[in-house]
Design a protein around this ligand. Structure first.
Ligand code: ADP
Length: 669
């Protein structure tokens, strides 16, 4: 079957396309929507998750910073209250500061403090204005704060610290404009604790601190605590920074290679939010050279002034990449799902359409004339399969109806033909009957006339014949000289008698009908040939006999012989130059029923023209025959038909004539 290839292609396309759309629309619309929602909420959720994480990271960093601060405070306080310090002071001999210098130096190292000083009460009172922690210690309370030390202050403590604190400012994009070349101040965890003598009297203040500028140890440890190895997925890196004002003074953020981004500054946006408005920043931020998920909180000094910031954050890029990757995977999965659904829909559509294709092919085959075409068994058991089966049943029924209609039509045609033939036959019969009637009337008249004339002629002939016999007897030998004339008269008289006899036979057949008996046509032919033997001899004619029927017929032998002889004589006369005379006797059957015999007489003479054929059986029709009377065929036909037989002729000019006598075995009553 050529299948749906014969269907109108746009129609096919449209139905299939619709089916395909039906299958793909839910996927094509719902999935992208889901994706969009996923992208929107998923992205937002991830962002919030990252912010939450960085907030907790900041809390951890804050906790660590406080712990360090407390640690510094504890170190200073415990040393201030230590027996070692008290003993050293007792042996100071009025110069306590120098006395404790050596002790402090070793203690400072021990506690990893950047500086440690003993201030007597007088000195303490001077410093108390500048440093609230010293004031608190004078009041008897140890205190630790984060403070900003100016360059001279640092220098006073130690030139080394001043040098370490100096941070060259690096030009940073997005940062607030700053004309300074360097940040010379120091961010310091500053602690002070009271020192009492054995009697509990305040004798001075012990101050100490840690400079945070470039304190890589501190910042790296803070980073390691907030972001231990493996804490961040996707290869993201954690960073931590301490800002003095907006300048990075301690950081593990890298500028390039292994160079730390010390001296770079925070972006203006962060500066405004954190240092300007005093809020915590929890968002993505551009840090030095990359985007980080960042958290900044302000650092306050003892006077609650914002002096700097604590920052922690991690690289945003790997998370964005991971999100992109996840998104790509989802898109690929979605595309695969669409493709699979599409292929499935196409295959399924083909399967669904197969019965329709086959129905269409069947319709096409029927249109071009293959009435036996059927859809046949289809694999699908669904509605279309049922429709295909119905279709076949309908075609069967239609074909049955069509063929019965056809049969009916054919029988109708046959009936019409038969009726037409009957009608034609009836018309022909009517015509024949009409002409026969006319002929009969004519013949009846002729018969009467003929009978009268024949009767009238018979008497003079009898007289002529009688007197001729008397004349011959009387004259005896004297009649010899005129013997030929007498014989001629005798012959002509005989001829007249014969004509008269034939006319009377026609006019009053009942007078001539002899008895009927079974006759053997073969024998009859042999007898007849014997009688025309002399004509055959003189005419140089060969006889070809085919006696193929052994049937006997009931007839008057004399009459039949008369008919046969008449036909033989006519044939011989038609072949004056000689020829072949064919005689045949065959069975005459109709519808496998034996009816009688056919007796055929055929010559190789000139044949009979069409015009002559039409008049051949008319009485007195004779052509080019000087001694013919034109009654032979006419009388023969009448004789045969009287028994229910027929006499027919067929001939073509120059091919001879063929006469057939159709005789029934049993004559019709
Ligand atoms: P007649 O022989 O006395 O003329 P028929 O009735 O026997 O009368 O024949 C009528 C005419 O039919 C003949 O004159 C002849 O012209 C024609 N005829 C009959 N038989 C043949 C034949 N075998 N071949 C040609 N013409 C024939």
């Amino acid at each position: 079957m050529s299948g749906l290839g014969n269907l109108n292609p746009p129609l096919r396309r449209s139905i299939r396309a619709r089916l395909l759309l039906l299958a793909l629309i839910p996927l094509g619309i719902v999935l992208p929507l889901t994706m969009a929602a996923l992208a929107y909420w998923g992205g937002d959720y991830l962002d919030r998750l990252l912010v939450t994480k960085v907030r907790s990271d900041l809390a951890v960093a804050h906790g660590y910073f406080e712990r360090v601060t407390e640690g510094v405070g504890r170190s200073v306080a415990s040393l201030a209250a230590s027996e070692r310090l008290a003993r050293t002071l007792r042996n100071a001999h009025g110069k306590p500061e120098q006395a404790v210098a050596g002790l402090l130096d070793s203690t400072q190292l021990e506690h990893k403090l950047d500086f440690l000083h003993f201030l007597d009460v007088t000195r303490s009172r001077q410093d108390a204005h500048a440093w609230p922690v010293v004031a608190a210690a004078l009041a008897g309370q140890a205190r630790t704060e984060t403070e900003v030390f100016s360059a001279p202050e640092l220098f006073t403590i130690s030139p080394e610290l001043a040098i370490r604190a100096r941070t060259t400012i690096v030009d940073t994009p997005n940062a607030r404009p700053d004309m300074r070349e360097a940040e010379v101040r120091g961010l310091v965890i500053h602690s002070a604790a009271p020192v009492h003598d054995a009697n509990g009297r305040l004798i001075g203040v012990l101050t100490g601190g840690v400079l945070l500028n470039k304190n890589l140890d501190f910042i790296d440890r803070l980073n390691a605590i907030v972001y231990p190895a493996g804490a961040l997925p996707f290869g993201s890196a954690g960073t931590a920074t301490l800002f003095l004002d907006d300048v990075r003074v301690a950081t593990n953020v890298r500028l390039f290679g292994d160079t730390r981004a010390i001296g770079t500054r925070v972006s203006r946006a962060v500066y405004d939010t954190v240092l300007g408005a005093g809020q915590t920043w929890l968002d993505r931020a551009f840090v030095v050279s990359d985007w980080y998920v960042s958290a900044y909180e302000p650092l306050l000094d003892s006077r609650h002034q914002r002096i700097g910031m604590l920052y922690v954050g991690f690289l945003e890029g790997p998370f964005v990449d991971a999100r992109k990757q996840a998104f790509t995977v989802v898109i690929v999965l979605f595309a695969l799902a669409m493709l699979t659904a599409g292929i499935f829909a196409v295959l399924w559509a083909r399967r669904v359409f197969r019965p329709i294709e086959r129905m269409h092919a069947t319709m096409h085959a029927i249109e071009i004339g293959d009435a036996a075409a059927r859809v046949g068994a289809v694999p699908s058991q669904d509605e279309l399969g049922v429709v295909a089966a119905h279709f076949d049943r309908m075609l069967d029924r239609l074909q049955a109806q069509a063929s019965s209609l056809k049969r009916w039509g054919e029988s109708l045609d046959a009936k019409v033909a038969a009726r037409t033939a009957e009608l034609e036959q009836a018309v022909a019969d009517l015509k024949a009957a009409q002409s026969q009637l006319v002929m009969n009337e004519k013949l009846a008249a002729i018969g009467q006339l003929t009978a009268g004339i024949a009767h009238e002629i018979n008497n003079p002939i009898a007289v002529i014949q009688g007197n001729l016999d008397v004349l011959r007897d009387l004259l005896g030998p004297q009649a010899d000289p005129v013997a030929p004339e007498i014989r001629l008269i005798h012959e002509q008289v005989q001829r007249i008698r014969l004509i008269v006899a034939k006319l009377l036979q026609f006019a009053r057949p009942q007078d001539y009908v002899g008895y009927l008996e079974p006759a053997d046509p073969g024998q009859l032919i042999q007898d007849s040939l014997l009688l025309v033997r002399h004509l055959l001899k003189t005419g140089n004619i060969a006889v070809d006999q085919h006696i193929e029927s052994a049937r006997q017929i009931i007839c008057n032998k004399n009459e039949l012989q008369q008919v046969v002889i008449n036909l033989l004589v006519n044939a011989i006369q038609a072949m004056p130059e000689g020829g072949v005379l064919k005689i045949a006797v065959e069975d005459w059957d109709e519808a496998d029923m034996p009816l009688g015999i056919r007796l055929v007489v055929e010559d190789s003479g000139p044949g009979i023209s069409k015009a002559d054929l039409e008049r051949l059986f008319e009485p007195f029709f004779t052509a080019k025959k000087p001694d013919g009377n034109g009654l032979g065929l006419w009388v023969s036909k009448n004789l045969i038909e009287r028994y229910g037989g027929r006499l027919t002729v067929s001939s073509l000019p120059a091919e001879g004539a063929r006469f057939t006598v159709w005789l029934r075995c049993e004559p019709l009553a």
